[in-house]
Design a protein around this ligand. Structure first.
Ligand code: HEM
Length: 488
């Protein structure tokens, strides 16, 4: 009887084996540049964005590239991109490498476990719910820092990059860690963000500017913690989010050097993308006056009609200021800024040998350690999906309404997706919107580049953006602010 069962079981397996469609491993085309070995790296360095777009046009949505000695598969279609981002057997090892290189500690110091601990703390404290307590502190600081910066530069042209770095860095730092935070680290932070690739690949003959700036910031953080931290009460005047972060780090019982390296890397990570996107947000609004006026009128209407003319009242209820549907033009404009200036080109590494289905027809085999890339930017710029994709159309996203049967086109989120999705995205959106709302409500502003160029020309070199996903603003914009008078 047992033999009979075994035989029946084998027959069923055999039938299933032949009836189930075979996983089709198709031949992935190679998009390598003609010059062997270094050709592809040179192309990526010269103008990575154009190279990736042309590769898709020529070879279809999935192709391979040889980068150094690695064969890397690239997927550029919605299904493939989503599957890569969501697959649990693919790891995002770049984040840990970034943290170690930024913090200046040896490889292997920051483990996956420590990174997860930190990431969970960010998710807990910086999500929409977590920022309710942080919001009034942050918005008060933004108003204070904006007015003091503009008053201190009365009658002068103001650098957009300096203005955004100054206001956001100071406001976030005071809100998160209290008024005793060493704010004089702001210029060092700006320098580190500008020369950031040099911290990742230290080269002997380049100036050590960012390395020295990092040492100064870490030393200032060390003194700040020693003088102000209290395990029970946290930092005086700080939001729960900042205290939670340090408590989480302390619970890992790290050496003081590792703890400071992680805190430093976190602070850079907290600001590097947000500062760049905010600069693009201002630059694009300034260069599209129709957009600026429409967004400003919408902000005015909300404040005047629902908050009796009080900016503070709007900002103290974060769900109104930044919640969906309150400011549809502002939301759409921000979505458009993110679509244009963020490169969600996400790199993953196979943690074991795997067979990965990228869509119904295509699947690839990856050996342990092999890399695969989800190129969401090419998809976000696809002409068949977005009409006139290079243009900034501030109201592009207002016409879609999934509930009304007008679905949003397949946009790859600037914040990624799946297990490694950005844990600070709610806070990032909140931060950026508050600064823009404050400036639109309190000031009329115009801006120009020194060369008279129209922004954005958006032609980033891979080396200037990677491994952060936001394009550099190639030219600074110089602003002039004039106070607006509102009838009382
Ligand atoms: C506009 C600003 C920002 C952009 C465009 C951005 C974008 C991203 C992207 C693309 C990823 C990688 C997602 C992936 O690999 O699938 C990421 C990861 C992450 N981001 Fe952001 N980010 C921003 C701001 C922030 C802020 C303000 C914070 C902290 C409060 C933050 C914390 C994180 C963390 C902790 C991760 C790692 C998630 C993980 O692997 O568990 N981000 N971000």
């Amino acid at each position: 009887m047992e033999d009979y069962h075994c035989l029946a079981f084998l027959v069923v397996l055999l039938i299933l084996r032949f009836r189930l469609p075979k996983k089709h491993v198709y031949a992935v085309p190679s998009a390598d540049a003609p010059i062997p070995w270094i050709g592809t790296i040179l192309e990526l360095y010269k103008d990575g964005v154009t190279f990736l777009r042309k590769s898709r046009e020529r070879y279809g949505p999935v192709y391979t590239l040889t980068v150094g000695h690695q064969r890397v598969t690239v997927a550029t279609h919605k299904e493939g991109v989503m599957r890569i981002m969501k697959d649990k057997s693919l790891e995002n090892n770049i984040n840990i490498w970034l943290f170690e290189s930024l913090g200046g500690v040896e490889s292997g110091t920051i483990t996956r476990q420590i990174f997860r601990l930190l990431s969970t703390s960010v998710l807990r404290s910086f999500s929409a719910r977590g920022i309710t307590q942080l919001a009034p502190l942050y918005s008060d600081c933004v108003i204070h820092e904006t007015t003091s910066f503009i008053n201190a530069h009365k009658g002068e042209r103001i650098s957009l990059i300096e203005f955004v770095s100054f206001t956001i860095y100071r406001a976030v730092s005071v809100a998160l860690f209290g008024p005793k935070f060493p704010l004089d680290t702001q210029l060092d932070l700006q320098c580190i963000i500008y020369y950031f690739p040099r911290l990742l690949t230290p080269r002997m003959f380049l100036p050590r500017t960012p390395v020295e700036a990092r040492a100064r910031v870490i030393s200032a953080l060390d003194s700040f913690i020693k003088e102000n931290w209290n395990q029970k009460n946290g930092f005086p005047g700080a939001a729960d989010a900042g205290n939670d972060l340090l408590r989480t780090l302390r619970s890992a019982h790290l050496t003081s050097q590792t703890e400071l390296a992680i805190l430093f890397a976190f602070i850079i990570g907290l600001h590097i993308n947000t500062l760049r996107v905010t600069c693009w947000f201002f630059a694009l609004l300034i260069h599209h006056p129709t957009a600026l006026i429409a967004v400003r009128d919408e902000v005015d209407r909300l404040i005047d009609e629902e908050h009796s003319g009080s900016l503070n009242s709007l900002l103290s209820s974060p769900s109104k200021a930044v919640g969906k549907n309150s400011l549809p033009f502002l939301d759409s404009a921000l979505n458009e800024v993110l679509r244009l200036c963020v490169l969600p080109v996400l790199v993953r590494q196979a943690s074991s040998d795997i067979h990965l289905a990228l869509d119904g027809d295509r699947s690839v085999v990856l050996k342990e350690g092999q890399y695969i890339v989800a190129d969401g930017h090419v998809l976000n710029m696809a002409e068949d999906v977005f009409e006139d994709p290079e243009r900034f159309k501030f109201d592009r996203f207002t016409k879609y309404d999934d509930r009304q049967g007008i679905p949003t086109p397949p946009l790859v989120s600037a914040f990624g997706s799946g297990p490694n999705i950005c844990k600070g995205q709610d806070f990032a959106i909140y931060e950026m919107k508050v600064l823009v709302i404050v400036c639109l409500r309190m000031y009329d502003f115009t801006g120009e580049t020194l060369t008279g160029n129209k922004l954005p020309s958006c032609c980033p070199k891979a080396s200037t953006t990677l491994p952060t996903p936001v394009k550099y603003l190639e030219e600074d914009v110089y602003l002039r602010f004039n106070e607006r008078i509102h009838p009382t």
